[in-house]
Design a protein around this ligand. Structure first.
Ligand SMILES: [Fe+2]
Length: 257
């Protein structure tokens, strides 16, 4: 069972002003030396997903423009906003406002830049996957509120924000991802439990935005709370249990292995 809270991890400064807590890393991935000191404190468990980070950017701060290219390997990347508002820019001319509830998708090799021009801290999670791109594609902004809700394992609700290219979603999600299967915002009401299930040939990561409960993965059970990230290995039965009155809000991301 792998559950980690970002508060237990030492941050590093990502190119610019953002503090980044790397929660999960990929098995066998060679990490850059500048965050090697904290590398040992991340859980190395991911197969297809490259990493999961929690990040904060102060008002007036900016991520410098960067492209997700590491030693020639490109990666697609998703930022899911928990708090705050800002401006994202892809390339020179594609500029959009982003705020709480938004997720934005950056294709492999695309240069992107995030500025906190609001009055509050921006809190977000970031994750990615290695891709092969034929050409530079535009970025995507999607708010979960503009998708249709769908029942989530019996008792929860999910809003799919992003989907894989080739899928033809009817829930309003945007199919833009090459390797990642989905990015969902989910909600589990108080005092209820998802039906136990396993994901065939797919790993998943949950990030708990708010609420408290219990996660069961295989035979193991662990308490969870806001700020926790949970790794769900492929083909493993799991169940999210809300044993409190307040709802659990989370982001869920999946990828084939
Ligand atoms: Fe990035």
């Amino acid at each position: 069972m792998i559950v980690r809270n970002w508060r237990e991890i030492q941050p590093w400064l990502f190119e610019g002003d953002a503090e980044d807590w790397r929660i999960f890393s990929q098995i066998g991935k060679k990490e850059k030396e500048d965050y090697m000191p904290i590398y040992n404190r991340t859980a190395v468990c991911l197969k297809t997903i490259l990493y999961l980070s929690y990040a904060r950017l102060h008002p007036g701060g900016a991520y410098v423009a960067h492209a997700n290219i590491d030693e020639g390997q490109q990666s697609e990347e998703i930022y899911c906003f928990i708090n705050g508002r800002g401006t994202v820019r892809w390339g020179e001319n594609d500029i959009r406002k982003v705020s709480t509830g938004d997720t934005f998708y950056t294709p492999g090799g695309q240069i992107h830049h995030l500025i906190n021009d609001g009055d509050e801290w921006i809190d977000f999670i970031a994750w990615g996957a290695d891709v092969t791109e034929e050409k530079i594609r535009p970025g995507v902004v999607k708010n979960w509120r503009t998708s249709h809700p769908v029942l989530w394992h019996g008792w929860g609700i999910r809003w799919r924000m992003l989907d894989k290219i080739g899928n033809n979603p009817e829930d309003g999600s945007i199919p833009c991802q090459r390797v990642l299967n989905y990015a969902d915002y989910c909600w589990l009401q108080g005092e209820s439990s998802c039906e136990p299930h396993a994901l065939q040939g797919e790993e998943a990561v949950f990030f708990i935005i708010s609420g408290k409960g219990v996660i069961r993965v295989g035979k193991e059970k662990e308490k969870i709370r806001n700020g926790d990230a949970i790794y769900i290995p492929p083909d493993t039965e799991h169940q999210l249990i809300n044993d409190h009155e307040e709802p659990i809000q989370l982001f869920a991301l999946g990828a084939g292995v």
